[in-house]
Design a protein around this ligand. Structure first.
Ligand SMILES: [Zn+2]
Length: 217
């Protein structure tokens, strides 16, 4: 666990920052794959945690959620439009557009105690709606020191080659790529100093890099 900014911790869950979780204040954000829960819990050891929040309900972020919540005895919070997927442990509601492979990947569903909406406060951060990759994808923003936890709105590595660098999330696991681009632009306009991603290393001096990336889309 590495402190990115006051009370913001990065929890890498896989080699080369392939899968990341974060702790913001007393909230753990994302829990990796089903098999990642132990790593989350190990890195949090001794830290007081009051809740678990999801950037979005996909198996590489919510897979470990039930075990993390059950072990710590804390509630799970998720963006309102991703609550059904988080509860079901299935990212695709029946009859919606979604990659058929992803739709078959199930994970342990978790009860969601709080539906997060734009403007809610979580661990000293503000919830921002950032839909596209999933319908209920949210980001976490702390304006006073410009720290952004953006989930999979941007990736900072190629999931194919694992090379570091900004990418869009792959279209085949993204519910609405056009809407995700709108979310990318919105988050880039915040001019974050530090950006933490679901996949890939944390970016410092993030604003010009995010700006150049969205300008190139
Ligand atoms: Zn992901």
């Amino acid at each position: 666990m590495h402190e990115l900014a006051p009370d913001v911790w990065h929890l890498p869950l896989a080699p080369r920052f392939g899968v990341n979780a974060y702790a913001v204040g007393d909230v753990v954000v994302d829990a990796g794959l089903k098999g990642s829960a132990k790593k989350v819990l190990g890195q949090l050891h001794g830290r007081h945690i009051a809740a678990h929040a999801l950037t979005h309900a996909h198996p590489d972020h919510a897979g470990g959620s039930r075990q993390v919540c059950d072990t710590l005895g804390v509630p799970c919070w998720a963006g309102v439009a991703d609550v059904p997927a988080a509860r079901a442990g299935l990212s695709s509601p029946p009859n919606s557009f979604m990659d058929p492979v992803q739709a078959r990947i199930r994970w342990p569903g978790v009860e969601v105690a709080r539906e997060l909406r734009e403007g809610d406060e979580v661990g000293g951060f503000t919830v921002l709606d950032a839909p596209g990759h999933t319908p209920g994808h949210i980001a976490f923003w702390r304006a006073h020191d410009r720290v952004l936890i953006c989930g999979d709105v941007f990736l900072n590595m190629s999931l194919v080659t694992t090379r570091f660098g900004l990418h869009e999330p792959p279209a085949f696991v993204t519910a609405d790529p056009t809407r995700n681009r709108e979310s990318m632009r919105r988050l880039a306009e915040l001019e974050p100093a530090i950006a933490g991603f679901g996949h890939g290393p944390v970016l410092t001096d993030a604003a010009p890099k995010l700006r150049a990336f969205v300008d190139g889309l």
